[in-house]
Ligand binder design. Structure first.
Ligand SMILES: NC(=O)c1ccc[n+]([C@@H]2O[C@H](COP(=O)([O-])OP(=O)(O)OC[C@H]3O[C@@H](n4cnc5c(N)ncnc54)[C@H](O)[C@@H]3O)[C@@H](O)[C@H]2O)c1
Length: 346
C-alpha cells in the first residue's frame, strides 16, 4: 500500500537523493521539511525532476520549518500524519562545528528532540530513521572497524552532537516505544553534493589548475583515509532497512535479554581510499592533471581524525549490498559534474 513519508533535511545533499530514490522506486508520497540554510537548496529538486511528469512531481510536498522550534499546530496540520520519518536534518559540516559548536548542539540535539517529541504524538508511526555517522566512534586504528554497539568516542562537536541525538532516539524508543532505526554512514558522495566537500571541491580545483591540499599525518608520509559510499547506495540501504526493520531488529537482539533495544545499522562503504587515491581517481576520470602537496592538517587542527571505519557485516549478511563500486560511481559522478559544471561553483 502506498505510504506517506517525511524527510527532514530533504533539501540537503543526502535528503534530496533519498527523495529521488523513493519517488523512482515506490509509489509513496513524500514531504520534505527543511529550513534551507547554506547547505539546503530547493534547486536540487527542480534539477533532479527534469524530464519528470507533473503527476510524479506532485508526489513531493515542500514544507519550510526550522526544527530548533517545536512542530507547531500549523506545521502539524501541513504534515497531516505520515507512516515513516527519515530524520536527516542536521548541521553536517565538521569544520563549521569546530568554529560554532552551539549551532551544532541546537541543530543536532535540540532539533532531534523536537522531531522525536512530535513523532511521539503520532498515532500510527511505523518507523523513524535517525541518520547518524561513523564519526561517533572516533578515530579508528589501522585495521580496526567499529560494530553498531561499540562505545562512542567523539572528537569534535559535530560527532558529539550526532551521538547526543542518537542517545535521545534510543531513549525515546525505550521510554515511549517509538519504533526507531539508527544508521551510521561513512563518507557519502554524489551528484549535487555541496561544492565545498572534498570530491566536488577537488574536481573544481583540478579544472581550475589549482594545487590540491592532501591532509596527511604528522611527517606527511601517509594521507588520511575514509571509506566512501555513493549517495544512491545510501538511499537503497535506507529502503532496505525500512522494508526489513522487524527482521533486522529481531536478529540484532536475539541474544540480548536486557539493555536498550533500538536497531542500529552500520552502512559500509565499498572501499577504503586515502585522500591522495581519491584525487588521483578524479584526475583520471576527468582528464585534468593532478598537482598536489601533502600537509600535516590533523595535528594542527584538533577535531580532525586521520581514519574512521565501521564494520558493515550486519547489514551485508542480512542481504543488502551496494550497487556500485567506488570506481564506477566516482566516474559517473565526475562525468555528471563535467556536464553540470554550475554545481561545482559556490
Ligand atoms: N554527508 C555525509 O557524508 C554524511 C555521513 C554520515 C552521516 N551523515 C548525516 O546525514 C544527514 C544528511 O547529511 P547531508 O550531507 O545531506 O547534509 P546537508 O548539510 O547537505 O543537509 C542537511 C539539511 O538539513 C537542513 N537543516 C539543518 N538544520 C536544520 C534545522 N534545524 N531544521 C530544519 N532543517 C535543518 C539543512 O538546511 C540541509 O538542507 C545528516 O544528519 C548528517 O549528519 C552525512
Amino acid at each position: 500500500m502506498s505510504k506517506k513519508v517525511l524527510v527532514t533535511g530533504g533539501a540537503g545533499f543526502i535528503g534530496h537523493i533519498l527523495i529521488k530514490y523513493i519517488i523512482d522506486n515506490t509509489d509513496w508520497e513524500v514531504i520534505s521539511l527543511d529550513r534551507l540554510d547554506y547547505s539546503g537548496n530547493l534547486n536540487r529538486f527542480e534539477h533532479m525532476f527534469k524530464g519528470y511528469d507533473k503527476n510524479t512531481k506532485s508526489r513531493l510536498k515542500i514544507i519550510y520549518h526550522d526544527l530548533k522550534s517545536e512542530i507547531s499546530n500549523l506545521i502539524e496540520s501541513q504534515i497531516n500524519d505520515v507512516d515513516i520519518i527519515y530524520h536527516l536534518a542536521a548541521s553536517s559540516h565538521v569544520d563549521r562545528s569546530i568554529v560554532d559548536p552551539l549551532t551544532f548542539v541546537q541543530d543536532n540535539v535540540l532539533a532531534t528532540a523536537n522531531i522525536l517529541n512530535y513523532a511521539r504524538s503520532m498515532n500510527n508511526l511505523e518507523l523513524l530513521v535517525y541518520f547518524s555517522t561513523d564519526e561517533v566512534f572516533g578515530p579508528a586504528k589501522p585495521g580496526q572497524s567499529f560494530k553498531e554497539w561499540d562505545r562512542y568516542n567523539s572528537t569534535n562537536p559535530y560527532s558529539a552532537a550526532k551521538a547526543g541525538g542518537e542517545e535521545l532516539a534510543i531513549a525515546f524508543e525505550n521510554t515511549y516505544n517509538l519504533p526507531i532505526a539508527i544508521t551510521h554512514c561513512m563518507n557519502v558522495y554524489g551528484e549535487r553534493q555541496h561544492p565545498e566537500k572534498y570530491i566536488p571541491n577537488t574536481l573544481w580545483k583540478l579544472k581550475n589548475n589549482k594545487k590540491i591540499t592532501i591532509h596527511a599525518n604528522k611527517d606527511k608520509s601517509k594521507p588520511g583515509s575514509r571509506h566512501y559510499l555513493y549517495s544512491e547506495d545510501v538511499a537503497s540501504s535506507v529502503l532496505f532497512i525500512t522494508n526489513n526493520y522487524k527482521k533486522l531488529k529481531s536478529i540484532q537482539f536475539s541474544n540480548k535479554e536486557i539493555g536498550p533495544k533500538c536497531l542500529k545499522v552500520n552502512i559500509p562503504g565499498t572501499k577504503e581510499l586515502d585522500n591522495l587515491e581519491v584525487a588521483q581517481l578524479i584526475s583520471n576520470f576527468s582528464g585534468f592533471d593532478l598537482d598536489y602537496e601533502l600537509v600535516d592538517f590533523h595535528s594542527s587542527r584538533p577535531g580532525h581524525d586521520l581514519r574512521y571505519a565501521i564494520d558493515g557485516e550486519f547489514i551485508m549478511s542480512a542481504g543488502w549490498k551496494p550497487n556500485y563500486t567506488v570506481e564506477e560511481s566516482l566516474e559517473r559522478m565526475v562525468q555528471w559534474y563535467l556536464k553540470n559544471p554550475e554545481w561545482l561553483e559556490f
